[in-house]
Design a binder for this molecule. Structure first.
Ligand code: FAD
Length: 253
């Protein structure tokens, strides 16, 4: 919550999972500034230098056994100039949406790179490790891992390129980004999981990068909105299009 005191914003609150707070010179705080308006018009973005008195990092939250700079931060009467407001008052959600759309497609591009690395490792291992008289890659179940991963990575890649194409055309590509956020994160999780399986015990050790990649893949299904929220909002948009008679022609989309 922030209130305007003369020409100064006074911010109070607490936020955990502020990633990178341990090394940031400033942070963008999204907080309630308006009352008696609909919720989506009640929040604003305010820039806060991290050396401002009252800005305190309480802890680096340990996630899946590791510290990753996902900090819990408290704001106790943090005072910053009124001009630190980003955009108009009450525009917090609109600004967030403008950043989150392109931000999500960047995540998808990183995930594709990670999936390629996991796939390379899995195939190299499948060709080199011999178990029960033949290489792992000669066992049908392992071939299925390779096939499923191949198909999922390529599908995600094409969906991501399609979303990027829509953005290039000047649209917000909300549906396309909703799809890749969910499909991309699940693909990453599945591919790394299979690669770990092919490595056996070694896959869960820090002797391969897969263990670390797997933890990050798990986060991907939660940060920037969990899968379920994207499924709901994306499906609602498509249903809305049918409601107004536009339908959803895949050939034109
Ligand atoms: C590694 C990591 C880094 C993060 N970094 C940041 C950061 O830098 N800045 C920041 O602001 N946040 C950050 N977050 C927070 C992240 O954006 C939230 O965790 C995420 O949006 C989910 O919110 P929540 O944790 O409050 O879960 P909740 O809202 O409590 O949801 C919990 C679960 O409930 C279900 N659910 C919720 N809503 C619905 C719905 N509408 N329909 C069906 N099911 C639903 C989902 O299964 C969801 O996973 C980070 C999170 C992680 C894991």
């Amino acid at each position: 919550m922030a209130v305007l005191d003369g020409d100064t914003w006074v911010i109070n609150g607490r936020k955990w999972f502020t990633s990178g707070a341990d090394r940031a010179a400033y942070t963008t705080v999204m907080c309630k500034t308006e009352t008696d308006v609909p919720a989506h018009d009640a929040f604003s973005m305010i820039i806060v230098p991290t050396n401002t008195p009252g800005y305190n990092i309480l802890r680096d939250v340990r996630v899946m056994g590791h510290y990753g700079g996902h900090c819990e931060v408290s704001y106790e009467n943090v005072r910053v100039p009124a001009k630190n407001l980003l955009g108009p008052r009450g525009a917090g959600f609109k600004i967030a949406q403008r950043r989150l759309g392109p931000g999500r497609i960047f995540h998808c591009m990183r995930w594709l790179g990670q999936a390629q690395r996991a796939f390379d490792l899995m195939c190299e291992r499948a060709n080199s490790r011999v178990a029960f008289g033949k290489t792992l890659g000669q066992h049908q179940q392992i071939q299925k891992f390779i096939f499923d991963s191949l198909a999922e990575i390529q599908a995600s890649r094409l969906l991501t390129l399609h979303a990027a194409h829509k953005i290039d055309q000047g649209t917000e590509a909300r549906v396309e980004i909703g799809i890749i956020k969910v499909v991309g994160a699940q693909m990453l999780h599945n591919v790394i999981d299979r690669a770990i399986q092919v490595f056996g015990a070694k896959g869960v050790t820090e002797d391969t990068p897969l263990e670390r990649m797997y933890r990050h893949a798990r986060f991907a299904r939660i940060y920037d909105g969990p899968d379920e929220v994207h499924v709901t909002t994306t499906a609602r948009r498509v249903l809305g299009s049918y409601k107004i008679g536009d339908g959803w022609d895949f050939g034109l989309r």
